[in-house]
Design a protein around this ligand. Sequence first.
Ligand code: GDP
Ligand code: MG
Length: 430
Amino acid sequence: LGTGLKDAMKKLAGKTVIDRAAVEELVKDLQRVLLQSDVNVKLVMGLSKSIKERALDEEPPKGMNVREHVLRIVYQELVKLMGKECEVTLGPQTILMAGLQGSGKTTTTGKLARFFQKKGLRVGVICADVFRPGAYDQLKTLCNKVNVPCYGEPAETDAVKIVKAGIKELKNTEVLLIDTQGRHALEDSLIDEIIELNNITKATHRWLVIDAALGQQAREQAARFHEAISIDGVIITKMDGTAKGGGALSAVAETGSGIVFIGSGETIEDLERFDPDRFISRLLGMGDLRALMERAEEAMGEDDFDVNAMMKGKFTLRDMYKQLESLKKMGPLKQVMSMLPLGGLEIPQDAFDVTGKKMERYKVIMDSMTNAELDNPSMISGSRVQRISTGAGATPEEVRELLKYYKTMQRTLKGFKGMGGGKFNMQRMM
Ligand code: GDP
Ligand code: MG
């Protein structure tokens, strides 16, 4: 069903001119992907408007071409959609868990207990769910696994009473977590109760737990809870499933907060701090572009690795040597290339099948070459191959293999040159 944003980006990367039509096409593709991921229509429209305005009005910063500029705007606007950054305090605090039944509150409470415990804090948990039979047992079982005290009174029907007693019982804890009931719908009595619990616990945080698959109802839920107790963080659960979590973004927008954690499985360890890059990648179905670009920048900034000269067709063994060093820092080249929006460029499979070990061997062999040979590889004939292999402690076959690899790389780079008009710049793509 449809193509991912990666394809939309590729389309953009393949264009020589970025005009209004090109921007509009990209925005349309982006809209489709986001709506498929359950992001609210209003949010999508707002995002589209910002991207269009900025892409057409703002001048690209010095040294950045229009295409790179547009991709960067898309990325920045997506990050904005993720809401505020939510810091997690590693000190004394009381956290009230809110959310409907089945959203994953109890499971997440157990996971949070584990999280704070691992940070060296004394954690205590109170079960204030008097609605669901077995709620206390469920939470107690989770807490027992990690030796965290859990207070509850399975026979008591007044949640406020339980919590008051629990606070006394657990007064020596630094992080107090309160699991609440959810019920099926947002009834007034549920809202009244959570307001009361918020008051008596003087909770420092009120986190809303949302199922990644929830979709558009997330907005309404968030609005009700926010109105009642002022939600200051959202936790999206079940991100290990097929849902992409786009609905939860409505909850973020509604509460003006951000995403604190992501639940990624059923065990107590399956909790991750929210990472916007990873979330965006998931939402859009593309690789971790941002992180990759940063790595590329770091790796390439360190030596005078001239991508542009290379794209113009000047590519010697000396360039390849530098390139191998840069790539070692970036990770497998094949993986790197698969993440770049390369405008439908075909890359020969074997071109990038070089392992780290082989790279090392290639470098040793190149160390045995003369400067003249490095600058002008075509002069390396039979007797030179023999001399180089002996000097490097390699076989002549290895030297020939290296030369063959060099030729493949050279050919591939000529392909880049064709697509980008010499403007393609891996370092500044995002
Ligand atoms: P509550 O009613 O809000 O307390 O929800 P529960 O904590 O009882 O969770 C409801 C169901 O969702 C349970 O079967 C959990 O195992 C499951 N669940 C919770 N969080 C996750 C998650 O991150 N991933 C997966 N796969 N399942 C989860
Ligand atoms: Mg529960």
